[in-house]
Design a binder for this molecule. Structure first.
Ligand SMILES: Nc1ncnc2c1ncn2[C@@H]1O[C@H](COP(=O)(O)OP(=O)(O)O)[C@@H](O)[C@H]1O
Ligand SMILES: [Mg+2]
Length: 1078
């Protein structure tokens, strides 16, 4: 492929070649030269296909600005010049858009820039993924976990001032939108031996220096520390200060980061207390002391230091002191305590320090995980970032380097598996023409280390578990036996040695030819470090503390949970966790960053060709380029490929009914992609050049936009149409109803009008008919009348001769007779009721009956009165007669009369015969009493009234005292000549007596009574029946009475009444009595 053909920005203004695959000619020299040229021009990133090679610049470069982030965001991998951001973007996008879990594998030697690269990837992803308060908090916590872990897990080594002394794998979790949800950090084997001892030129973990430089005076005092590195045995003296590292500033950063990640203040304090305790543990010294029984014993020199440690850890001093002096071994359920000599005591001290620190570190990782773990249970997409310690070759390599390098071998394995071996195998499997490319497969080295039966780790474990005396030397011996024939293993065997002549190899060492070079390991410490033993007395002592954090770090110290089983060795633990990690990585889509270290001086601008060439070799980069160049940039099974690109071809879109492979063929043919650009495998399509893929992707993107618009268009059309149809339907319904309504109204009006016209016409017709009929009838009648008259005339003319004389009278009489007959019969039927008060009478039918009719009415009335009277009893008759008499006497003459009409005349008002009060009176009167009542007798002298009983019999009237019933006067009615009353409504009456009679000695009587009418009527009738003479009843407003010898005038005058209806009488003088009436 000639360079001139490619016109993308990858090559525009390119220094050297951005993608090594394009190198021409391709040799190791040109490859190296290209890297150097680019390095010299600050281009530290170079591609091999999709693998990023990063050369550590050892100086800050202006290529990580936010502007750069924006530049690389959402761009194709090859579109811009090589950058770690391009890889991060690619990984993030395929995670978000294609739902593929990703892992970013960063490999390289110690100091090659792995940790920096991992941070760059994380910060890029954080910058481009979603935003929002919650998301930002998650991001911030994920990013801030780094400074904390680096302070506790990184240290200055000869290779790297900030070397990670633990392996770290971090899963960042995203939701379906690509927003970060949280993360999980796994840590691998912290190099804890560094806590107690550091190689020359190296430092302990950063946190110790940071605490001493950055902690406030108060804090140091509280932690019982001194601000002096030299004071502490555990801090390597010579290189305590490092150029370019500001421990104090870093301490502030760490404290701040801890806060952001979510550490409580007391948690942070506890952590620092443990750090201080570890530091102070190093200053505890032991001195030997011999016992009588010959046993060596040790004793703590400076108890004060121990006391302070115990205070920091909340520990009982005696307990810890005892744990440093004794060791309890349990054998066959029997506890045996042995004393520790000075060396053992130091061993115990260091073991405690290492364990304390190591467990604190694990606790920190778990604590951070607790803060950053995703809160939701939804399905997550995962991006794993692996930053594990790089390949290490030191002067003195021990167990840690062995483990670290083993891990790197495994990573190289993955790389080989996925990029070199698998890819080549796949070409062959898929039937693609392929010339095999040789590469070194390091599986054999992995086997040497991890094989279950005769691997070095297995041997070490076996040695550790073996009863009897075990030492590093016996372990080496064992190795010599088992691995003697292994081509990658070398040692100076004592017996039949293959390498006996190799004097460069000391006796206590073995050498492994790692993929990255030969490394010589000193066996010293292998067994111990693998055993990772902490005396049980110590762990139990630590568990007894009341410092909750420390207590939780030593769960095995709990006697209740004590187990006799040995814990797994450090080696096997590591092997297991590496195996899990590898399995995890294999499930994800790998993205490689291969870091290269340009020089050993950690200096900028120096490019040591030899050093880089070596790395190119062992990293297998050349093989990588060859495979890439010969191979295909992209492969994909036919189904997903067709699914992804089928919209680019009219035949495959939207449905392809045949095989996927045929579909892809049709697709590629139609797209006119040159045939050398792709090959058809058995199950996959192979695309040679990434640019072809990007072309496809671009076309797809445009097409998708078009399709989205199309779908939108159709959907909108559909929506509008549906809406329109709905409106149309509604409109039709509405108009139908409206039309119906108007038509109905119109119809009803028409109907009404029609009916009216109809009725008029019918009426007119009917009237016409009626007129005709009436006319006809009148005609008939007229004819009949005329005929009748005519006949009558004729008959009369004919019979005149016979009726000449009496005929007229006879006819008249007959007619009258008939009329009378009819009249009487009618009258009989119409007779009015028999009540005498009834006034109605049938109407008179003929005028000539006028007299008769009136007479008949009178007769009828008399008759019915008679009939009415005939029903009366004697008493009733008398009563009526009295009433009649009263009417004749007073009607229209005295005003009081009208009131009396309604009152029945009872006569005996006092019930004189029944009432025992009047028994005597009753006895005195012989005749039947016709009237008994109380009246007022008017005193003749003064006109005052006195109540008196007034009795009337057939011949007398009697005045009696009302109370005693004694008779005052008894006057025969014969002596009464007349009575006088006024015309008014008053009840005053005068009884005039015959002159000269005995009764008249005092003169006439004056009475008042409401029953005046009844009394006078009865008196009148009694006198009439006795004498057959009618007495005079004078009705006048002035009359004379005879009092003794005087004639007095009683005069009625109108005036206001005082006592009800009773008239007030007043004797004015001899001649006048005035009566005031209302
Ligand atoms: N991209 C880079 N830009 C500038 N300096 C870098 C870069 N990568 C690494 N370094 C420098 O190299 C040092 C070692 O890098 P580091 O990532 O810690 O190495 P490793 O993790 O591989 O051991 C860093 O402390 C930093 O000074
Ligand atoms: Mg690192």
């Amino acid at each position: 492929m000639a360079k001139s053909e490619v016109k993308t920005s990858l090559l525009d203004n390119m220094i050297g070649v951005g993608d090594s695959v394009l190198l021409e000619p391709l040799t190791e020299d040109t490859f190296l030269e290209n890297l150097k040229k680019r390095f010299d021009h600050c281009e530290i990133y170079t591609y091999i296909g999709d693998v990023v090679i990063s050369v550590n610049p050892y100086r800050p470069l202006p290529i990580y600005t936010p502007a750069k982030v924006e530049e690389y965001r959402n761009r194709n991998f090859y579109e811009l010049s090589p950058h770690i951001y391009a890889l991060a973007d690619e990984a993030y996008r395929s995670l978000r858009d294609q739902d593929k879990d990703q892992c970013i594998l960063i490999t390289g030697e110690s100091g090659a820039g792995k940790t920096e690269a991992s941070k760059l990837v994380m910060s890029y992803v954080a910058a481009v993924c979603g935003k929002g308060t919650e998301v930002n908090q998650v991001k911030e916590q994920l990013l801030q976990s780094n400074p904390v872990l680096e302070a506790f897990g990184n240290a200055k080594t000869v290779r790297n001032d900030n070397s990670s002394r633990f392996g770290k794998y971090m899963d960042i979790e995203f939701d379906f939108k690509g927003d970060p949800l949280g993360g999980v950090i796994s840590n691998y084997l912290l190099e804890k031996s560094r806590v107690v001892k550091q190689p020359r030129g190296e430092r302990n973990f950063h946190i110790f220096y940071q605490l001493l430089s950055g902690g406030s005076d108060d804090l140091l005092k509280q932690l019982k520390l001194e601000r002096d590195f030299n004071h502490y045995n555990y801090l390597g003296q010579e290189s305590a200060e490092v150029n370019g590292i500001d421990d104090a500033a870093n301490f502030r950063t760490v404290k701040n980061a801890m806060q952001i990640v979510g550490f409580m203040d007391d948690e942070a304090e506890s952590v620092l207390a443990v750090v201080a305790a570890v530091l102070k543990l190093g200053n505890i010294e032991f001195k030997p002391e011999s016992r009588v029984n010959g046993m060596d014993e040790s004793r703590i020199q400076d108890k004060n230091g121990l006391k302070e440690i115990c205070e920091l850890l909340g520990q009982d001093q005696a307990v810890l002191e005892r744990a440093f002096s004794f060791r309890t071994v349990e054998a066959k359920q029997e506890k045996v305590s042995t004393t520790l000599n000075v060396a053992q005591a130091y061993y115990a001290r260091d073991a405690l320090a290492k364990n304390l620190y190591n467990r604190l570190f694990t606790w920190l990782v778990n604590r951070i995980n607790g803060s950053i773990k995703a809160q939701t249970k939804v399905r997550k997409k995962v991006m794993g970032v692996l930053d594990i310690y790089g390949f290490e070759i030191f002067e003195n390599n021990s167990f840690e380097q062995f483990i670290i390098n083993y891990c790197n071998e495994k990573l190289q394995q993955i790389f080989i598996e996925l990029t070199l071996k698998e890819e080549q195998e796949e070409y062959i499997k898929e039937g693609i023409e392929w010339t095999h490319i040789e590469y070194f497969n390091n599986a054999i080295i992995c086997e040497l280390i991890e094989n279950n039966t005769n691997g070095i780790l297995a041997m070490l474990d076996e040695e550790c578990l073996r009863p009897g005396t075990v030492s590093d030397e016996t372990f080496l011996e064992k190795l010599n036996q088992v691995c003697a024939v292994h081509e990658r293993f070398e040692s100076r065997m004592s017996k039949s040695s293959r390498f006996l002549n190799d004097t460069s190899l000391p006796h206590n060492c073995f050498r492994i030819q790692h993929y990255a070079g030969k490394v010589m390991y000193h066996v010293a410490g292998f067994v111990d470090k693998n055993n990772d033993l902490l005396y049980r007395d110590l762990s139990q002592a630590m568990w007894k503390t009341n410092h909750s954090l420390v207590k939780s770090l030593f769960p095995e110290g709990n006697p209740a949970k004590m187990s006799l089983k040995r814990p797994p060795t450090a080696g096997s633990q590591f092997r297991a966790s590496v195996a899990t990690l590898m399995k995890n990585l294999l499930t994800k889509n790998p993205n490689y960053i291969r870091c290269i270290k340009p020089n050993d001086q950690k200096a900028p601008l120096i490019f040591s060709e030899a050093l880089v060439r070596h790395q190119i070799n062992y990293l297998g980069l050349m093989e990588n380029v060859y495979v890439r160049r010969a191979g295909y940039a992209f492969k994909q099974p036919y189904d997903p490929c067709l699914e992804r690109y089928k919209m680019l071809c009219s035949q495959t879109w939207p449905h392809w009914r045949h095989g996927a492979r045929d579909g892809v063929e049709v697709l590629l043919t139609e797209l006119r992609i040159p045939s050398e650009e792709f090959s058809y495998g058995r199950s996959k399509i192979f695309i040679r050049n990434p640019r072809t893929l990007f072309k496809l992707e671009d076309q797809r993107k445009h097409r998708l936009e078009y399709l989205a618009t199309l779908i939108q268009k159709i959907y909108r059309g559909w929506k509008c149409r549906t809406n329109f149809l709905l409106m149309k339907k509604s409109q039709i319904i509405i108009s139908a109803w409206t039309k119906r309504y108007f038509q109905q109204k119109k119809y009803l009006r028409l109907k009404m009008v029609t009916l009216r016209i109809q009725s008029y016409i019918r009426g007119w017709k009917a009237r016409k008919l009626l007129r005709e009929l009436k006319h006809q009838k009148r005609c008939v009648e007229s004819v009949t009348t005329i005929a009748a008259y005519w006949r009558g005339t004729q008959v009369r003319r004919e019979y005149r001769k016979f009726f000449r004389a009496n005929a007229g009278r006879k006819i008249y009489e007959f007619t009258i007779q008939r009329i009378m007959q009819k009249y009487f019969l009618d009258l009989r039927n119409k007779l009015p009721p028999l009540s005498p008060t009834e006034r109605s009478w049938p109407v008179r039918p003929y005028l000539f009956l006028d007299g008769t009719h009136t007479q008949l009415r009178r007769i009828f009335h008399l008759w019915r009165c008679k009939k009415y009277r005939d029903q009366f009893t004697d008493q009733k008759r008398t009563t009526y007669e009295e009433k009649l008499e009263a009417s004749e006497l007073f009607k229209d003459k005295k005003a009081l009369y009208t009131n009396s009409v309604q009152q029945p005349f009872q006569g005996d008002y006092l019930e004189i015969s029944k009432n025992p009060k009047y028994q005597k009176l009753n006895g005195a009167v012989e005749e039947k009493i016709l009237l008994a009542d109380v009246v007022n007798k008017i005193n003749r002298a003064n006109g005052k009234g006195t109540p008196r009983i007034f009795l009337l019999t057939k011949s007398n009237f009697i005045i009696a005292d009302q109370k005693s019933g004694q008779i005052k006067s008894n006057i025969p009615v014969m002596d009464i000549t007349s009575v006088s009353v006024s015309k008014q409504t008053d009840g005053l009456f005068a009884v005039h007596l015959k002159e000269g009679s005995t009764a008249a000695s005092k003169g006439d009587f004056l009475f008042t009574s409401d029953r005046l009418i009844e009394i006078i009527t009865k008196l009148y009738r009694i006198i009439f029946s006795k004498t057959n003479q009618k007495i005079a009843v004078e009705i006048n407003n002035e009359f004379l009475v005879q009092f003794n010898q005087d004639k007095v005038c009683v005069k009625f005058i109108q005036g206001a009444q005082k006592n009800g209806n009773l008239p007030a009488c007043k004797r004015k003088n001899n001649r006048l009595l005035e009566v005031t009436v209302p």
